[in-house]
Design a protein around this ligand. Structure first.
Ligand code: NAD
Length: 476
C-alpha cells in the first residue's frame, strides 16, 4: 500500500517500505511506506493548501462526505474486518464491531455538524455579541494499534466536520486498515490534502507531527510516556493537545452483584481484543463474602475461552498484536510469580501446541490473592491478565480503586442505590459504568483524569476540541 499526501498515493521520500505481519501466523499481510520527517512536511504543505477551501464549505457539505464514507464502509464491512483481523489479531466478530463502530462515529458527527452554531448575546452596554467558532487549521492525529479504526474515527470525525485538515499517523503494526479507510473517504468526496496519511515510525513521523509549527493541534492516543514526549515536542509551538493515554480500570464487585452478569462482564471487559484496550478491566476487587463463588465461576468461564487465529470459527480470543507486547505481559506475570504474589488459577503462560508457535499468544489469565502493592496493580498490564484481590467493603474498594496513577474508566457491580451514588461520585475516572464496563457509544465524552490523559474525545464536546472561539462585540 502507499501513503496519501495531497490526494495522491505515494511512496515515502526514502523509497523504503516496512512489512506488516499477521500476529497469529507471522505471515506478511502487506507493506506500507517507511515515511519520515520530509513526508510529514509535504503533508503539512498539502493540508495547509487544502484548509482554505475545506473550511469555507458549509458544515453540511463537509459532513456529507463522512456520511457517504460511512455507508461505503458498512458495505465493505466484511473485507475491511478481515484486513483488520489479519494485521491486528482480534477475532473477526470484534473486527466487524470495530468497522461498524467507525461508521457509527462518522454518522454521528455527520448528524451533529448540521447543528453546530455559535452563540448570540445581547449585552447591555456592550452591544450585540456573537461568539463564532472557527476551525483550528491543520490537526495531527496519532493512532495506536489496538483499536486503529475506532480511534481514527474519534479523531478525524470531529476534526473534518468542523473544517480542519488532518495528518493521520497510524501505528507501525496496524496501518493497513487506516489506509483503506482513508481511501474510502477520498472516494466519498474528500478533496485532496484534507486528509493525509503518513505511515512510519513514531520517532520520526510522530515526532515531526508533534513538533511541526504548521500543525495547530495534536490528538494523540497511546502510552503515558509517549504522550509526555508528544506534549514536550508540541510545547514550543504552544499547540492544542488531546492526550488519550493508558488506563488501569478497576472493577468492584459488591456482595449483592448478580454474579453471572459480572462474570460475563469480566469476559468481555478484560479479554476483548486480547486485553489490549485502554479501558479494559485491569484490576478486580471483589467482596470477600462472594469471592469464592465468583472466582470459581469466572475460572470455569475463562478456561472455556478458545484462543487462536482470529479468522477461525469459534475463537474467543486472538493473539497479542506484537512481540514487544507479549514480552511485556510475560515479564509482568513472571515477576509476580517470582515474588510469590498471588496464585495463578487460570492461564499464566503461552499456550502449548504447534499452531501457537508462530504467533504472539498468551492464555487468558486469572491471578487471585494479589497483594495490594503488586506491579500487576500499579502498572498497566496490556494483555489478557486479571489480578484479583478481595475487599471487606465499599470503603476499602474505593480506596484501592483510586490508589492508581491512572483514571480512565471504572465500574461497580451492584443494585444498591447508595453504593451507586457513592461509587459514581467518588471513583476517580473519566467514565464510570454500573453493571457494565467497556461500552463507549459515540455520544459519550471519553477521556481520562490523572495520568490517563488530557481532554475528551467522542460526544458533542469533541467538536469544541477542534475549534477556537472568536467573540465579536458590535456596537451600532
Ligand atoms: P504508543 O505510545 O507506543 O504508540 C501510539 C502511537 O504513537 C503510534 O502510532 C506510535 O507510532 C506513535 N509514537 C510513538 N512514539 C512517538 C513519539 N515520540 N511522538 C509521536 N508519536 C509517537 O502506544 P501503543 O503501544 O500503540 O498503544 C497502547 C497504549 O495506548 C496503551 O497504553 C493504551 O492504554 C493506550 N490507549 C489509550 C486509549 C485512550 O483513549 N485513553 C485508547 C487506546 C489505547
Amino acid at each position: 500500500m502507499k501513503m496519501l499526501i495531497n490526494g495522491e498515493w505515494r511512496d515515502s521520500v526514502s523509497g523504503k517500505m516496512f512489512a506488516v505481519h499477521n500476529p497469529a501466523t507471522g505471515d506478511v499481510v502487506g507493506e506500507a511506506p517507511l515515511g519520515g520527517e520530509d513526508d510529514v512536511r509535504s503533508a503539512v504543505q498539502a493540508a495547509g493548501e487544502a484548509f482554505g477551501d475545506w473550511s469555507a464549505k458549509s458544515p453540511r457539505d463537509r459532513s456529507k462526505v463522512l456520511f457517504f464514507a460511512a455507508t461505503e464502509v458498512r458495505r465493505r464491512n466484511t473485507d475491511l474486518a478481515a484486513l483488520l483481523t489479519a494485521e491486528q489479531g482480534k477475532p473477526i466478530r470484534e473486527a466487524v464491531d470495530e468497522i461498524n463502530g467507525f461508521a457509527n462515529i462518522l454518522e454521528y458527527y455527520h448528524a451533529l455538524s448540521a447543528g453546530e452554531r455559535g452563540e448570540f448575546m445581547n449585552l447591555r452596554g456592550y452591544g450585540r455579541t456573537t461568539v463564532l467558532r472557527r476551525p483550528l487549521g491543520i490537526c495531527g492525529a496519532i493512532v495506536p494499534w489496538n483499536m486503529p479504526a475506532i480511534i481514527m474515527a474519534w479523531k478525524i470525525g470531529p476534526a473534518l466536520t468542523t473544517g480542519n485538515t488532518v495528518i493521520l499517523k497510524p501505528a507501525r503494526t496496524a496501518p493497513l486498515t487506516c489506509i483503506k479507510l482513508a481511501e474510502i473517504l477520498g472516494d466519498a468526496g474528500l478533496p485532496p490534502g484534507v486528509l493525509n496519511v503518513v505511515t512510519g515510525p513514531g520517532e520520526t513521523v510522530g515526532r515531526e507531527i508533534a513538533r511541526n509549527p504548521g500543525v495547530r493541534k495534536v490528538s494523540f492516543t497511546g502510552e503515558v510516556g509517549t504522550g509526555r514526549q508528544v506534549a514536550l515536542d508540541a510545547a514550543p509551538a504552544l499547540k492544542r493537545l488531546t492526550l488519550e493515554l493508558g488506563g488501569s480500570d478497576p472493577m468492584i464487585v459488591c456482595d449483592d452483584a448478580e454474579i453471572p452478569m459480572a462474570v460475563e462482564g469480566v469476559i468481555r471487559g478484560r479479554f476483548y481484543n486480547c486485553g489490549q484496550v485502554c479501558t479494559a478491566i485491569k484490576r478486580l476487587y471483589v467482596y470477600e463474602s462472594i469471592a469464592d463463588e465468583f472466582v470459581r465461576r469466572l475460572t470455569a468461564r475463562v478456561e472455556a475461552i478458545v484462543v487462536g487465529n482470529g479468522m477461525d470459527r469459534g475463537v474467543g480470543m486472538g493473539p497479542l498484536n506484537n512481540p514487544a507486547g507479549l514480552e511485556r505481559v510475560v515479564s509482568q506475570v513472571d515477576a509476580a510469580r517470582d515474588r510469590g504474589e498471588g496464585e495463578i488459577v487460570a492461564g499464566g503462560q503461552t499456550p502449548e501446541g504447534e499452531v501457537y508457535k508462530r504467533g504472539h499468544f498468551f492464555l487468558p489469565t486469572l491471578i487471585t490473592g494479589v497483594p495490594r502493592d503488586s506491579v500487576l496493580f500499579s502498572e498497566e498490564v496490556f494483555g489478557p491478565v486479571l489480578p484479583i484481590a478481595t475487599v471487606s467493603g465499599l470503603d476499602e474498594a474505593l480506596d484501592l480503586a483510586n490508589n492508581s496513577r491512572y483514571g480512565l474508566g471504572a465500574s461497580v457491580w451492584t443494585h444498591s442505590a447508595d453504593v451507586i451514588a457513592r461509587a459514581t461520585d467518588e471513583l476517580e475516572a473519566g467514565i464510570v459504568w454500573v453493571n457494565q464496563h467497556l461500552k463507549i457509544p459515540p455520544e459519550v465524552p471519553f477521556g481520562g483524569t490523572k495520568a490517563s490523559g488530557i481532554g475528551r474525545e467522542n460526544g458533542s464536546r469533541a467538536l469544541e476540541e477542534y475549534m477556537e472561539e472568536k467573540a465579536v462585540l458590535i456596537r451600532l
